[in-house]
Design a protein around this ligand. Sequence first.
Ligand SMILES: Nc1ncnc2c1ncn2[C@@H]1O[C@H](COP(=O)(O)OP(=O)(O)O)[C@@H](O)[C@H]1O
Ligand SMILES: [Mg+2]
Length: 500
Amino acid sequence: MTLDDAAVLAARMADYRATRAEIERHILPLATSIDGHAFDVQASLYDLELRRGGYVVLEQAGRAWLGQVTDLGVAARPAGGAGAPGTDAVTVRLAMGSGVVLDGDGTPFHDATVRPAAPAEVGERLGRGPARRAGLTVGELLLAPGVPAVLDSGGLGRHTFMCGQSGSGKTYSLGVLLERLLAETTLRVVVLDPNSDYVGLGRLREGADPALAARYAPVLDEVAVWRNDAAADHPLRLRFADLDLAVRAAVLGLDPVRDREEYAVLSDIVRSQEAGRPLITDAEQLLRAETRGARELGQRAVNLGVLEWRLWGPDLPSLVGELREPTARCTVVDLGSLDTLQEQRLVAEAVLSTLWEARLSRRPCLVVIDEAHNICPAAPPDDVSRLATERAVQIAAEGRKYGLYLLTSTQRPHKVDQNVVSQCDNLVLMRMNSAADLADLGRLFSFVPPGLFAGATAFGLGQALVAGKVLPQAAYVQMGRRVSEEGGGDVPATWAARRG
Ligand SMILES: Nc1ncnc2c1ncn2[C@@H]1O[C@H](COP(=O)(O)OP(=O)(O)O)[C@@H](O)[C@H]1O
Ligand SMILES: [Mg+2]
């Protein structure tokens, strides 16, 4: 190539780039919908104002609708179609996306102009319609600051799945949701609390918003925390007799086939009653029992360390009794206060089983399972865990018709039994970096516009994609502030401060 050739080529390239930039700058923000509901949108990549999850006003022929952009990406197109003469060989890049009309009436439109909606417009257009049920204001719309994010409390009559990586704000946000639910509705709540995070639900936090605190005040006396502490208001205790045969066998490591004889003895003990009272109420009594074979079972319990559990408390009011005949509006089961993982699994199993057995009373109850990958894991590590998981699956599949609603939270969606996850009709997705997990969630929660999942990788603390019956128009939400005390919580990071 001669110098002249190079100069000609450089000039051609410069020309090409200038033409392309000129066309790219002039691409109009336009939207088209053939059903008045879903729309396709295009816009220039220069000074792009559209955002994934953001709100737009679509205008055509004097009419306007509120829309939400649910997906957005970069596309390349031959410019010929743009109509500019001599541009056939130019490829232009533009923003292409899709969205949904939020307040449409099904009228199709073509080449409607698109502009970002001001928060006030979003608030006004979304706020229409009379509220039949209590609204739970859990925060504000992330992409329309100042516009309250109001969940339909009735939507919690479906199961809810909450997930996000560790530190994304799940526990805090779940706390916000529970506080609003307790303050605004009459639904009973039972919380399985592996990290002692909700033990402060009955105490106002310092500096709480006064208006929220006033709404929450009546709830303070309605919260009962069951804790592994003999001096607590509600010591977390179980009686051996409260457990099903299968659970007692699992605690003693008995297999009905392999350990036929011991299992039969246990089964006899469970069946034999004296004047309606179980003969053996506490595991320790096995050691002193007259029944043939019972002492061997007792020895087994000793060897397994089961008799050392502080959990056994034949004389104290048991948690199982409270679950059967509730006296408190909100029962927090402080699993984190228990000494061993086995005790935690056993209590979780007992709570889920008791709620399931009491289902015929048809008392509506929200069953909250934090750290669900430990309570109903996809691969249970032992028999008690397996029984707990089976109960959770049963409640997920059939609980709704008896008023048992699940709210499960986890940082590892694929480690929770998928029969639980797949029954959830509400999703609260917080920050999540794993592309594989997001793809799985997209398949499981196909009612959510797929493009919205990608936003979860960029979420900050307390930001969530909320979708489902609680919020039919899926949205990015910035969760609000807690009113009650955060429990257990993290170890303060003050050690990182520079030494003076
Ligand atoms: N919306 C929020 N506003 C203020 N602090 C928050 C908010 N959400 C979470 N935090 C704080 O961030 C930390 C991590 O939140 P946490 O709820 O424990 O995360 P996760 O349960 O997902 O691991 C906690 O110290 C919590 O107090
Ligand atoms: Mg947590």
